[in-house]
Design a protein around this ligand. Structure first.
Ligand code: NAI
Ligand code: MG
Length: 362
C-alpha cells in the first residue's frame, strides 16, 4: 500500500528525531511491501523564519491532503526574540494549536508506561511502582480554557484578565466515545477526571460521560477530581488504565504521568479526530538545549510513527514490529544519554534510529 505522510520536522531537535522515524518507516516499508511518501512542511519557529507566522494556510492544506501527519517538535529557542515577541498567536507553539484545530483533532492520546529496563530512572519509590504501570491519558484538545474567549483590560486603573472554560455536550460526547472504545480494548477500566465539585463545565462533563457509559456496559467507569488524580498518580500509578479528561487538566496530568516514567524521551502521542487522519508526535518538546548535537532520544518519535501505523493505517503487525524493535535495543543495552545508566552502551540519535530500523523483521 502507498501512504502519503506530511512530515513537519519543526525546530529544535525536531528535524533530527523525525529523520530517524522516517528511517524506521522506510525499513517497515521495505520489509512489509509498503511505500511511504513524505511531504515536508514548515511549522513553528521554522515557519516564522520563512513566512513570519507559525502556521500557514498552505501547510494546513497540505496536511489535510495527506493520509497522516508526523511532527517533530515546535518551540525552539526561548531566547530567540524573533520567535517570542508579541502575542501568543505569533509564537511557535501557536502552530500546534492551529493545526490540531484545523485538522479537527479532538482526542490526544498519551501513553505512559514503565519499561522494566528503565525502572531505575523512575523517580517514584519501588514499593509505589510495584509491577510497573501502563496507562493511557486521553486529553480533549479543541475546547476548554485554551480556546475560550479571553481578554485583558484595565478597569478603574486595575489590570484584569479573563479566560473562559467552555464545553458543549457534543464536544464531550465524541471524546467520551473514543475513550470507552479504547478502554474496551484494554482493561475495561475508565477513570474520568474533572472538577465537578466547583465547575459547571465539569458537571456537564460528568453527566455526558455517564450517559455515554450506558452504551458500553463492559467498561467500568468511575470519576475522580483532578486534584486527587494529581496525587493518586504519584501515590498509586498502577490503579490507572484509561484516563479521560478535558484540555488543561489533561495537559498537566499527562506531563505528570510522563515524568513518573522517568524518561520523557521515550513517550509517543497521537491526536485523533473522526477520520483516519491523525497527528503523531513525541510527548516532549523541542529541547533547544540539546538541538543539533546528535544526542536527542528518537524513540518517542519512532513510537509515535508506530502509533500512526496502528491508528491511521490499520497496520497492527507493522506497529507491533516497531515496538518490538525498540524493546530489543533496550534489552541489548543501547541507550541515548537521557536514559543512560552504568554498564549500558551509549549511542547518539542517528545510531539509535539505525539500530531500531535494523531490528525490524517479519
Ligand atoms: P522539552 O520537552 O523540550 O525539554 C525538557 C527537558 O527534557 C530538556 O532538558 C530536554 O533536553 C530534555 N528532552 C526532551 N526531549 C528529549 C529527547 N528526545 N531526548 C533527550 N532529552 C530530551 O520541554 P521544555 O524545555 O519545557 O520546552 C522547550 C520548548 O518546547 C518550549 O518552547 C516549549 O514551549 C516547547 N514544547 C513543545 C511541545 C510540542 O511540540 N508538542 C511540547 C512541550 C514543549
Ligand atoms: Mg504540556
Amino acid at each position: 500500500m502507498n501512504f502519503r505522510i506530511a512530515v513537519i520536522p519543526g525546530d529544535g531537535i525536531g528535524p533530527e528525531i523525525v529523520t530517524e522515524a522516517m528511517k524506521v518507516l522506510d525499513r517497515v516499508g521495505a520489509v512489509y511491501g509498503h511505500t511511504f511518501t513524505y511531504k515536508k512542511l514548515l511549522m513553528g519557529g521554522a515557519s516564522i523564519d520563512v513566512h513570519g507566522v507559525p502556521l500557514t494556510e498552505e501547510t494546513l492544506a497540505e496536511a489535510k491532503n495527506s493520509d497522516s501527519v508526523l511532527l517533530g517538535a515546535v518551540g525552539g529557542n526561548v531566547g530567540n526574540s524573533r520567535w517570542y515577541d508579541g502575542a501568543p498567536e505569533t509564537r511557535p507553539e501557536a502552530g500546534l494549536l492551529g493545526i490540531r484545530k484545523g485538522l479537527e483533532l479532538f482526542a490526544n492520546i498519551r501513553p505512559a508506561w514503565l519499561y522494566k529496563e528503565l525502572a531505575d530512572a523512575c523517580p517514584l519509590k519501588k514499593e509505589i511502582v510495584g509491577d510497573g504501570f501502563d496507562m493511557v491519558i486521553m486529553r480533549e484538545l479543541t475546547g476548554g480554557l485554551y480556546f475560550g474567549e479571553r481578554h485583558t483590560r484595565v478597569e478603574n486603573g486595575v489590570r484584569r484578565a479573563t479566560d473562559t472554560l467552555v464545553y458543549d455536550e457534543n464536544e464531550i460526547r465524541r471524546i467520551a466515545v473514543k475513550a470507552f472504545e479504547i478502554a474496551g480494548k484494554r482493561s475495561g477500566k475508565l477513570i474520568s477526571v474533572d472538577k465537578a465539585n466547583v465547575l459547571d463545565s465539569s458537571r456537564l462533563w460528568r453527566a455526558v460521560v455517564d450517559e455515554t457509559a450506558k452504551e458500553y456496559p463492559d467498561v467500568a467507569v468511575s470519576h475522580m477530581l483532578v486534584d486527587n488524580c494529581a496525587m493518586q498518580l504519584v501515590l498509586n500509578p498502577g490503579q490507572f488504565d484509561v484516563v479521560l479528561t478535558e484540555n488543561m487538566f489533561g495537559d498537566i496530568l499527562s506531563d505528570e504521568a510522563s515524568e513518573i516514567t522517568g524518561s520523557i524521551g521515550m513517550l509517543p502521542s497521537a491526536s485523533l479526530g473522526e477520520t483516519k487522519l491523525g497527528l503523531y508526535e513525541p510527548s516532549h518538546g523541542s529541547a533547544p538545549d540539546i538541538a543539533g548535537k546528535d544526542i536527542a532520544n528518537p524513540i518517542a518519535t519512532i513510537l509515535s510513527a508506530a502509533m500512526m501505523l496502528r491508528y491511521s493505517f490499520d497496520l497492527d503487525e507493522e506497529a507491533d514490529a516497531v515496538e518490538a524493535a525498540v524493546q530489543m535495543v533496550l534489552t541489548e543495552g543501547f541507550r541515548t544519554g537521557d536514559i543512560y545508566s552504568e554498564g549500558c552502551r551509549k549511542v547518539g540519535t542517528r545510531e539509535m534510529g539505525g539500530l531500531i530500523a535494523d531490528r525490524i523483521h517479519r
